[in-house]
Design a protein around this ligand. Structure first.
Ligand SMILES: NC(=O)c1ccc[n+]([C@@H]2O[C@H](COP(=O)([O-])OP(=O)(O)OC[C@H]3O[C@@H](n4cnc5c(N)ncnc54)[C@H](O)[C@@H]3O)[C@@H](O)[C@H]2O)c1
Ligand SMILES: O=C(O)C(=O)C[C@@H](O)[C@H](O)[C@H](O)COP(=O)(O)O
Ligand SMILES: [Zn+2]
Length: 361
């Protein structure tokens, strides 16, 4: 088993191993987070893994109940949080309960948020089951929901007590969602690790074939990088903003598309835009976009903005980005592969030019 530590105010471990799911109940017993567990899952993951985990928990003598919401980004809102909370209250879950988030990033963000406010806060653990959640969302404690006005606009920083990553469960993950997770891995390559970037270039086919060894490598490397960044800047006072590379435009595209395009796919396009911006502003010391586009295409990821999205609408969503500080939009750009820099308020005309360029191709 591989183990990483996130050194936040309340430190916690990330455990990574194929088949780890079966070991969760015994470890939970040792952690002793509560006398009763609310296992939260979306409708698809509940069917695939939820019932099995519930049985394992019960066999180990733990009291647990499954709470299910409809799968998909459309569920990541306050209505779902309130409805899950009300179900838990009605089922008698009190302050000494704990939450288990079993699922993709939507489940982790929702269940983590709910845990952070339920009866003013109960402990929770993350069991990520999508690649995106295993490489990114289950680590770092960003929880929250979307608003029609923008992505993740309500939320908390609330670190999990443990992250259990069983990459064996990825065998049932739909192909589109495998690619979705690979976009966030490419992000880590861009902001922190030319080695990881090169690994993706050399192993794209293996990864697209769900090769377990390659997946374990990218999961470990991604979590290692994220744990390091979050340990140094838990609440995004500065450095942590690098994890948002590609997200400024990515989130705007996601919102403009009414959350109908997967998060990672939007980040993929957003990374191309950020690379082009780095070059056009003279921030980049070398050409990055051609190599990045080649990698993203090899991973089956989009690099262009869908024609039907309105340029002005995309640009207006940029103002809802959480990296707007004191009215100024801060972009994460690249000096070189692996060397991110912050850039304040790029000219609106240039942003428009890049959006148009990425739509026209
Ligand atoms: N908190 C963070 O730091 C952070 C980081 C990155 C992304 N996010 C958020 O994560 C969300 C996206 O996460 P996601 O892509 O995992 O979406 P998701 O949770 O909707 O999962 C994707 C789909 O895969 C299914 N699924 C999950 N695991 C499966 C498995 N093992 N087998 C079969 N199907 C499975 C789910 O049912 C769902 O339909 C976005 O809302 C994004 O904003 C958060
Ligand atoms: O953990 C972080 O910090 C990230 O930025 C990771 C991102 O991949 C993730 O999509 C995050 O939810 C975006 O954060 P936001 O604060 O811009 O909503
Ligand atoms: Zn992301």
């Amino acid at each position: 088993m591989k183990i990483l530590e996130v050194k936040t105010g309340k430190p916690y471990k990330i455990l990574i191993e194929g088949g780890l799911l079966t070991e969760v109940p015994e470890d939970l017993k040792k952690l002793n987070l509560g006398y009763r567990y609310a296992l939260i899952s979306d409708s698809q993951v509940a069917e695939l893994l939820g019932e099995d985990l519930l049985c394992l928990l019960k066999e180990a003598g733990l009291s647990a109940e499954l709470f299910i919401f409809p799968a998909g980004e459309a569920s990541k809102n306050m209505d779902t949080v309130v409805s899950l909370a009300r179900e838990m209250i009605r089922a008698g879950f009190d302050r000494k309960c704990a939450v288990i988030a079993l699922g993709g990033g939507v489940t982790g963000d929702l269940a983590g948020f709910l845990a952070s406010i339920y009866l003013r806060g109960v402990p929770y653990v993350q069991i990520p089951t999508s690649l995106l959640a295993q490489v990114d969302s289950s680590v770092g404690g960003k929880t929250g929901v979307d608003l029609p006005e923008g992505k993740n606009l309500l939320g908390t920083f609330y670190q999990p007590w443990r992250v259990y990553i069983d990459y064996g469960v990825l065998s049932t993950l739909p192909f589109e969602h495998l690619k979705n997770g690979l976009a966030e891995v490419a992000k880590y390559g861009c902001i922190s690790s030319p080695e990881l970037f090169e690994f993706l270039e050399q192993n794209s086919q293996k990864l697209l074939n769900y090769d377990a060894e390659s997946l374990e490598h990218i999961i470990y490397e991604s979590c290692r990088i994220k744990a390091e960044v979050v340990s140094r800047d838990e609440k995004e006072g500065g450095l942590r903003r690098i994890l948002n590379f590609g997200h400024t435009l990515g989130h705007a595209i996601e919102a403009a598309a009414n959350y109908q395009i997967l998060h990672g796919l939007c980040v993929s396009i957003g990374m191309v835009a950020a690379a082009l911006l780095s070059e056009k502003l003279g921030v980049a010391e070398e050409k990055i976009s051609p190599r990045l586009v080649k990698l993203l295409e090899a991973l089956g990821l989009p690099t262009r903005i869908p024609q039907e999205l309105e340029t002005e609408e995309i640009l207006s969503f940029l103002r809802a980005d959480k990296k707007v500080w004191k009215g100024k939009l801060i972009f994460v750009l690249l000096k070189k592969l692996g060397i991110p820099v912050f850039y304040e308020e790029p000219p609106k005309e240039l942003l428009k030019e890049i959006v148009e360029e990425l739509k026209a191709k």
